[in-house]
Design a binder for this molecule. Structure first.
Ligand code: 5MM
Length: 337
């Protein structure tokens, strides 16, 4: 298969009605935080147990088209001794991989951060592809204040995101482009809209500069919301503000926009996606690529005890099904019961 055919086929499998992406790619410090919240100490065995349980939930492939894995999981076997990428494929799910190496302070830009991991990326991608990964993910992070993010941070992060995407496509791997505008802070929804627009505009300039084929990528952005310390906006307000910004800056050639949940509760993330899809038809498929909003209830149900595996599987399946409904605007809160 040619590289172009590989990219097109992966996109076709990832962007499907009623389906979205599960982000299960928490790095060691992040998964340790998630496990601590349910009283579990993170270890390689416990991470394998938990991820094996949720990824083998019967029927997951009905609502989940792709799973983003952390490097460790890509090389692990499930509790039934099946390689995790193979387990996903048996459910009709495309395996993906987080490839950024995290973030550090951006020098000479106090308060801003830069994502790193481009060095040796092509070599790592070859290994990941041989292990079964068909798409990748790279996350940039932008803090909001009256003065942040700086112009330097917006430009520097957009540049690395575009270089990552170009490298992925050259190797037949679909890039998920994730510019996360953080919800932390006291900013208004208007300020979030202003920053989101500036960030996305710069990201698409950089993608064009590096010849990234928009048809063969997925955008994973934050929704436009007020800061976490402010009163919440209604789902309809979030949907209108989000779509208003995206229509200004996201080209119609992008096949799918899969939102991150970014600290929204599971119910909020579903309600907001549902409201977004109720605004009528848009140029792109509008779906989810949630981490916490899909997994939180499953982590609580599991709580480090394998006997709770079926309850954890039921919990993740429920959120996947409800977000699958929100993907077409057909979710209602009655479905939570
Ligand atoms: C923003 O985080 C991504 C989406 O998850 P949420 O829906 O919970 O916001 C997520 O894919 C994230 O990039 C990974 O969990 C990896 O994060 P770390 O911080 O471990 O690199």
């Amino acid at each position: 298969m040619s590289i172009q055919d590989e990219l097109a086929s992966t996109i076709e499998n990832l962007v499907k009605p009623g389906q979205g992406i599960l982000a299960a790619d928490e790095s060691h410090p992040t998964i340790a935080k998630r496990f601590a919240a349910v009283g579990v100490e993170s270890s390689e065995d416990k991470r394998r147990e938990y991820r094996s349980v949720i990824l083998s939930a019967p029927g997951l492939g009905e609502f989940i088209s792709g799973v983003i894995l952390f490097e460790e999981t890509l090389g692990q076997k499930s509790l039934e001794d099946v390689r995790i990428p193979q387990l996903l494929e048996s459910q009709g799910i495309v395996p993906g991989i987080k490839v950024d190496k995290g973030k550090k302070p951006l020098i000479n830009a106090p308060g801003d951060e830069i994502t790193f991991g481009l060095d040796g990326l092509d070599d790592r991608l070859e290994i990941y592809k041989n292990a079964g990964a068909r798409f990748a993910k790279w996350r940039d992070v932008f803090h909001i204040s009256d003065t942040l993010p700086s112009r330097q941070a917006v430009e520097a992060n957009a540049e690395v995101l575009a270089r990552y995407a170009a490298i992925c496509q050259s190797m037949g791997i679909v890039p998920i482009v994730e510019p996360e505008v953080l919800i932390d802070g006291e900013h208004s929804m208007d300020r979030c809209a202003e920053v989101s627009e500036a960030v996305l505009r710069e990201v698409f300039h950089a993608l064009a500069r590096h010849g990234v084929q928009l048809e063969h990528m997925i955008l994973k952005p934050s929704m436009v919301t007020p800061g976490k310390e402010c009163p919440k906006a209604t789902p309809e307000q979030v949907a209108e503000a989000t779509i208003r910004v995206f229509r200004q800056v996201v080209p119609a050639a992008v096949p799918g926009i899969n939102f991150l949940s970014g600290g929204q509760t599971p119910e909020e993330a579903t309600l907001n996606l549902n409201a977004i899809n109720n605004l009528g038809s848009q140029p792109w498929a509008l779906s989810f690529s949630y981490g916490r909003a899909l997994q939180e209830p499953a982590q609580k149900a599991w709580a480090g005890n394998l006997e709770n595996g079926p309850a954890a599987q039921e919990a993740i399946l429920k959120r996947a099904r409800l977000n699958g409904a929100a993907r077409s605007g057909s979710y209602s809160t009655d479905m939570e019961a």
